[in-house]
Ligand binder design. Structure first.
Ligand SMILES: NC(=O)c1ccc[n+]([C@@H]2O[C@H](COP(=O)([O-])OP(=O)(O)OC[C@H]3O[C@@H](n4cnc5c(N)ncnc54)[C@H](OP(=O)(O)O)[C@@H]3O)[C@@H](O)[C@H]2O)c1
Length: 261
C-alpha cells in the first residue's frame, strides 16, 4: 500500500510513536486523523502538519470509551470522507508485581490496550470495508515473552497479537488487510505514563532505545509491504525459544531490585 492521498487514522497520536508516525506518513502524502485524549497536543501537531502543506485533523477520543470511539470515527469519516488505514497505537504500560496489582489499574490497562483496539476496529470497520483498507496494530516485543513485573502489560499485548490474527482471518473476506507490529523499546513518554504498582521503584534503563522516528519508519514500511507481523525483539524471542529456563533465572533478580516490599 502506498500512502499518497490515503486517509490514515492514528490513535495515540499526541506523543511518542503515534506522533512520529503521523509526521512520517503526512510527509509521504497521507491525510492523517490524529486521535488521543490531549486535544491541545493534537491541535498543535495538526497545525504544524498543515503549515507544512499536509492535511491533518485533531479528533479527541478516550479509546477506552466505546461510545466516544464510535463518535470519533464518525467524525473522521465526515471530515475526511474515507478511512483507508487504522493504526491502533494508543496504549499504556504497567510495571509492578502481579501479587499486588490493583483492580482499577488492571481495568485501565485492559480497557486501553485491549478494549480500545477492538472498539476502534468496530467503529472504523464500515469505512475500512468500503475502502478495502488496512489495520495496523502496535503491539510489543514483550507480547512474545514477558519479563517480571511486566506480565499484565505483556499479557494485553499478547492478546493484541491474537486479535491481530483473528482480525486478519475474519476481515479477509472484506479485502481488509491486517499488520501486527511488535515494537522494540522506544524512547518516548511511555515510561512516564506507565502505571506503577505501589512501592515499586522506577527502573533506570541503560539500554539503548530506538528513536520514535525510526520506529515510525519501520511501521510505515510494514504497512507499505503489508507484512503479516513484524517482531523487533528478535534476541528475546530467540532466547525464549532455545533457553526459556535460563531466561527465567536471568530475569528473576529484577523482582528484588525493583520491588523491595
Ligand atoms: N515505548 C516503548 O518502549 C514501547 C515498546 C513496545 C510497544 N509500545 C507501544 O507503542 C504504543 C505507543 O506508545 P509510546 O511509546 O509512543 O508511548 P507514549 O508516548 O506514552 O504514547 C501513548 C499514546 O497513547 C495515547 N493514549 C493512552 N491512553 C489513551 C486513551 N485512553 N485514549 C486515547 N489515547 C490514549 C496517549 O495519548 P493521550 O494521553 O493524549 O490520550 C499517547 O498519544 C503503545 O501501544 C505501546 O504499548 C511502546
Amino acid at each position: 500500500m502506498e500512502f499518497s492521498d490515503r486517509i490514515v487514522a492514528i490513535t495515540g497520536a499526541s506523543s511518542g510513536i503515534g506522533r512520529s508516525l503521523a509526521k512520517h506518513l503526512a510527509g509521504k502524502g497521507a491525510k492523517v486523523a490524529l486521535m488521543a485524549r490531549r486535544r491541545e497536543l493534537l491541535e498543535e501537531l495538526a497545525g504544524e502538519l498543515a503549515s507544512a502543506g499536509a492535511t491533518a485533523i485533531a479528533v479527541r477520543v478516550d479509546i477506552a470509551d466505546r461510545e466516544a470511539v464510535h463518535r470519533a470515527f464518525d467524525e473522521v469519516g465526515e471530515r475526511l470522507g474515507r478511512i483507508d488505514v487504522l493504526v491502533n497505537n494508543a496504549g499504556v504500560g504497567y510495571f509492578g508485581p502481579l501479587e499486588r496489582i490493583a483492580e482499577g489499574d488492571l481495568d485501565r490497562l485492559v480497557r486501553t490496550n485491549v478494549y480500545g483496539p477492538i472498539f476502534a476496529l468496530q467503529a472504523a470497520l464500515p469505512a475500512l470495508r468500503e475502502s478495502r483498507g488496512l489495520v495496523c496494530n502496535v503491539s510489543s516485543g514483550l507480547s512474545k515473552r514477558t519479563l517480571p513485573l511486566l506480565a499484565p502489560y505483556a499479557g494485553t499485548k499478547s492478546m493484541l497479537d491474537a486479535l491481530s490474527d483473528g482480525m486478519r482471518m475474519e476481515l479477509r473476506r472484506y479485502g481488509v488487510r491486517v499488520v501486527n507490529y511488535c515494537a522494540p523499546e522506544t524512547d518516548t513518554d511511555f515510561d512516564r505514563t506507565t502505571i506503577r504498582g505501589e512501592g515499586v521503584a522506577v527502573p533506570k534503563t541503560r539500554r539503548r532505545r530506538q528513536s520514535p522516528e525510526r520506529v515510525a519508519a519501520r511501521i510505515a514500511r510494514a504497512i507499505e509491504q503489508e507484512r503479516r507481523e513484524v517482531v523487533e525483539t528478535r534476541v528475546l524471542v530467540w532466547m525464549a525459544r532455545i533457553a526459556p529456563g535460563l531466561l527465567d533465572r536471568m530475569f528473576s533478580g529484577m523482582v528484588d531490585r525493583y520491588d523491595a516490599s
